[in-house]
Every structure is written in C-alpha cells, then in structure tokens.
Design a protein around this ligand. Structure first.
Ligand SMILES: Nc1nc2c(ncn2[C@@H]2O[C@H](COP(=O)(O)OP(=O)(O)OP(=O)(O)O)[C@@H](O)[C@H]2O)c(=O)[nH]1
Length: 541
C-alpha cells in the first residue's frame, strides 16, 4: 500500500519539477518532457483505479497536446501557462489528499470487531436526488451492504464529507426526461468541488442533446433510463475493481539500430518493457522466449517485408490475434491499407511521435488482454470461470508452499433451487451477481474469486490461515444473509454455506478443493448458513 502511494506521489513530484523547468526555461523540449510525465501519471492513475483523477489529468494532457499540433499556439502564452499551472495545482492537491484512501486498504484485520475493519472498503459515494425519491433509500441500502459509505443529499444541499467521494450519483426527479436547470447547476457545483470524483447521471433520455449538456456540466457517465438499479450498482462496483497490474511487453522487429533506440526510449518513458531483434528470422524464437503482448514491426527489412512476416506469424494459432503494429516511412495510403488487410493491426509512420506510439501500443495491448480475459471470465458475474480459477489456484499453491499460508473456501448459495422456482431465474441470477459483488467488494485484489459452478463460488486467500479465513468469511456470510434482493413482490433474503481448507493440512490445489467441498457438504448437513472448517488431511492422488 505504502509503495503504491509513494510511486504516485513520486510521479507527481517529477511532473511538478518538469513544469517548473519549463516555466523557468520556456523551452518547448521541456514542455514535451512535462507532457510525457503527465501521460505517465494519467496511465498510473488509471491503473490505480482513480478514474476521476485520471480524467482530470487526461484533460490537462489534451490541453498540452494542442500545442504540439498547432504551431500557431507557440510559444505558450502567459495566460495559457497560468491556466495549465492552475489545473496542475488542482490535480496535485487532490492527489495528495487522496494519497492514502486512493489505494484500497485491505489487509487482514487482527481483531475481529475493530470499528474500521481494513477488509471493508470505506469509500464515500454521494447520492443527489429530491428528498424521499424511492431510489435514494434503495441505493443507500445496497451501497452500504457492499462496503461503501453512501451520503444522500437534496439538490440544493452542500455535502458535508470528510473526503471527496469516489462517485457522485445524480437521480433525476423524472425518469427519461431532460435534466432540469436545478440539476445541471448542482452537477456543475459538485464537479467543481470534487474534480476527481466520477459522476454518474441516471435515467438519461437517449437524446444527444441531453447527453452533451450533462457532459458539459461534468458528467462522466450517462446511464440510460432503461438501465435497472442493479446494473447501475454493477457499474459502480466495476469502478473500484482494480485490474491486476501487469507489465506490457513489446517485441520490436527492426533492422535499424537508430530506429530501435528511438522506439525503446519512447516505450521506456511510458513504462513499457521492450526487446528488439534485428532480423525477422529469429522472430519465432523471440516470441517463444519473451512472450510479447504486441509486436512493432518494421515494413522493409533485408530478408523479407513486415507484411510477409506477419502473414507467416498468423499461421501459428498462438499468435493469430497478437497485435502487430507496422512502423514504416511508408506514406502511400494504398500500401498501408494492403498491409493492414494482410494481418496487421495498425500502421504508424516513422518517426512516430513517442506519446502516440506508447498510447497505440498500450491500447492494442489492453484490447488484446480484454479478448484473452473474456475466455477466462464468467459472463454473469465477471469473476474467473471454473477452469481459470482452478489454474490460478494451482499457481497460488505453488507460490505458497512450502512455508506460506493459503486458505481456500468453497461457497454455495442455500436452497437456490427454491429461489429460482419461487421468484424466477432472473431473480436467481441477481442473487448470484450480488454475492459476486459482495465478494469482490470485500476481498483483496490479490485474492482469487471464481464462479465454480451455477451457484457455487471458490475463494482463495493468500497469506491467511484457517482461523483468519473462517472469521473473514463468516462476516461476509452474515452480511450476505441480511442483504435484500428485490423481486416483483418485494425483497427476499438468501444465505450461503461455506467449507474452508488451508495449507499445510492440504498440499495441492486438488486436495484443498476436495477438503473445502467436503466441509461445505457438512455445513449443508448441519443446517446451512454456516461455515465449517475441513477436519481431515487429504493425501494427494
Ligand atoms: N438462476 C440461475 N440458476 C442457476 C444457475 N446455475 C444453476 N442454477 C440453478 O441452481 C439450482 C441449484 O440447486 P441444487 O443444487 O438442487 O441446490 P440448492 O437448491 O441450492 O440447495 P442446497 O445447495 O442443498 O442448499 C438448480 O436449480 C440450477 O438450475 C444460474 O446461472 N442462474
């Protein structure tokens, strides 16, 4: 946690220094360096799930980038520089204020009933609506269950919060009609005060005019009128779900050493790892060893063209969708189109602007990762699916043994068939999703959470022993049993049973799952809505 906030603050410090260097020298090169730092900070804020701050940074970056393309704007006027200084100061102040709460502080609590249990995310969400709006109470109740601190205010009220909210949710009085002036004014006021908070406007009619006016006033997300409350919650929960931080690996296929140095510098500045090969003949070996997430391919090389190499690469199933970005001095549009038709993903003209190069590479890699992820994730809940969860558990066991700690819980919703039978499948699905959100909201990013079967989930907690896991999951069990699930005639309550096993009693992923499953069956036999610890050491088959 410390490490994360320090790295953000260090980046902010560099940014500030670069801006000061530019201000004292007025050299455009320094301005470029400042923009590069800004871009790095935006990326890092996105990775740290601070979308509000990231978009504030992005806005400043766009403002700065205008000076790259429009030469008539240079040198930067005093007035423009002052505006940039102010925008930068606001971002830096917010960043310092966010320093601790910005990062999810989830660690295993030593004492079970401490007031501020670190496993629970205490993050403010501001709901603005007319007094007594029916959605207000429902949002407050649901958000509290998932570990948020909701605050509801009327349109004209000033919020009294100890820190900026993660999100602001605007609920208009009338569904599916344009936001009245009073709501737009409140939105503007709040956005000015909480620059970094993410603003959701609910029940927005599908008219371009309405969406544009809300965006101008500061809305980040406009949710159409037909979207249900449960889906709105899922979007807010997605906001806090951190993505695993992974490095981006890029393989450069380029015969010119100068071009390689230029590209590697640009990638390096943006935290992208790279390796270069000077001949396409060693491409397959480099791909196997380095496992790149994208390839930057020169178009014209001594042995063959980039297009030929890419076509050959696409014959190998493993590399069929690996992003390939061509780099060439080629400006002939027809040639570029042909190159893309033959298997490339993007064409950049050399020498590429470093910011554009890094941003294209990152975008392509993110899309590629999303595509890979979709095969590993369950579509109803967004959690890891059965086989991906098993694979990840095996890795966690390997990392934990021989001396580390790891606990595995199998969780199964009680009498789920009767929920489906009495209230219908869509309500059953909603109960499954609610449990997924609760687990996502309460567990650490490093924990494994998977949907193991229909209404069965698997959880693996690294660095945690059996007793600690029992305590933690029991709190989640208790909260889940109190959570109301809306249906056509009111709300129902559900519960789950859970079995837990841990290393070192169990020494393989298979043994952990079997032992936890056996304990889960015992929990069902003992009356459900309870947690049972595995009692027996299993021998690996
Ligand atoms: N709505 C919905 N139902 C599902 C899904 N996957 C499985 N189910 C249903 O979940 C039910 C599971 O029922 P059972 O295994 O008999 O167990 P149970 O009713 O939960 O009872 P206990 O586990 O003994 O407490 C079956 O009726 C499945 O059809 C799903 O994705 N959505």
């Amino acid at each position: 946690m410390q490490e994360v906030s320090h790295s953000l603050i260090a980046l902010a410090k560099t940014l500030e220094l670069r801006w000061q260097s530019y201000r004292s020298s007025s050299e455009f090169d320094q301005f470029v360096e400042f923009t590069l730092s800004l871009n790095g900070l935006t990326e890092r804020l996105t990775q740290h799930n601070l979308p509000g701050l990231a978009s504030a940074c992005q806005e400043l970056e766009n403002r700065a980038l205008a000076f790259f393309t429009d030469h008539t704007l240079r040198p930067v006027s005093e007035e423009q520089a002052e505006a940039i200084s102010q925008q930068l100061n606001t971002i830096l102040q917010l960043l310092h204020r966010h320093e601790t709460p910005a990062v999810i502080t989830k660690r295993l609590s030593d004492g079970p009933d401490t007031e501020h249990d670190p496993w629970v995310r205490q993050r403010n969400v501001l709901i603005v609506s007319r007094h007594g709006h029916p959605w207000r109470a429902a949002l407050v109740e649901q958000l509290s269950f998932y570990g948020f601190r909701p605050h509801a205010i009327d349109w004209e009220d000033e919020p009294e919060l100890d820190e900026a909210p993660l999100a602001v949710i605007l609920v208009p009085d009338q569904e599916n009609s344009s936001y009245p002036q009073q709501a737009l004014a409140a939105l503007q006021r709040l956005k000015q005060r909480y620059v970094a908070s993410y603003v959701y406007c609910l029940s927005v009619p599908s008219s371009l005019e309405s969406i544009v006016s809300l965006q101008r006033a500061g809305a980040n997300v406009c949710i159409p009128a037909e979207v249900k409350l449960s889906d709105i919650l899922s979007r807010i929960l997605d906001l806090v779900e951190s993505r695993e931080q992974e490095t981006h690996r890029v393989l450069i296929v380029e015969d010119s050493k100068t071009a390689v140095a230029h590209i590697q510098r640009a990638l390096d500045l943006h935290g992208i790892d790279s390796r270069a090969i000077h001949t396409p003949l060693s491409l397959l070996q480099a791909c196997a060893e380095y496992r790149p997430h994208a390839i930057l391919m020169d178009m014209y090389m001594p042995f063959c063209t980039g297009v030929e190499v890419t076509r050959a690469l696409r014959q190998i199933p493993e590399y069929q969708s690996l992003p390939v970005i061509y780099l060439s001095g080629e400006t002939d549009i027809a040639q570029q189109v042909e190159a893309l038709r033959l298997g490339g993903d993007q064409f950049l003209t050399k020498p590429a602007n470093p910011i554009i190069l890094a941003s294209v590479v990152k975008t392509k890699i993110e899309r590629y990762r999303d595509m890979l992820r979709s095969g590993r994730h369950d579509s109803l809940t967004g959690l890891l699916n059965h086989s991906a969860a098993k694979g990840q558990l095996e890795q966690m066991v390997r990392r934990a043994l021989p001396a580390g700690q790891l606990a595995v819980a199998m969780i199964d919703i009680d009498r789920f068939k009767s929920i489906n039978d009495n209230y219908g499948h869509p309500v059953g699905d909603q109960v499954i999703r609610s449990l997924a959100w609760l687990l996502r909201g309460r567990l650490r990013n490093t924990d494994l959470i998977g949907r193991y079967g229909g209404e069965e989930f698997i959880v693996a907690l690294g660095g945690v022993d059996l007793n600690q896991a029992m305590h933690l999951l029991d709190r989640i069990r208790e909260d889940f049993s109190r959570l109301p699930h809306a249906h056509g005639r009111g709300a129902l309550r559900a519960s789950f049973s859970c079995g837990i096993a841990a290393v070192p009693s169990q020494v393989t992923a298979g043994c952990l799952i079997e032992a936890a499953d056996e304990a889960l069956l015992q929990a069902k036999r003992d009356g459900r809505n309870r947690i049972v610890a595995a009692s027996r050491k299993r021998t690996p088959q």
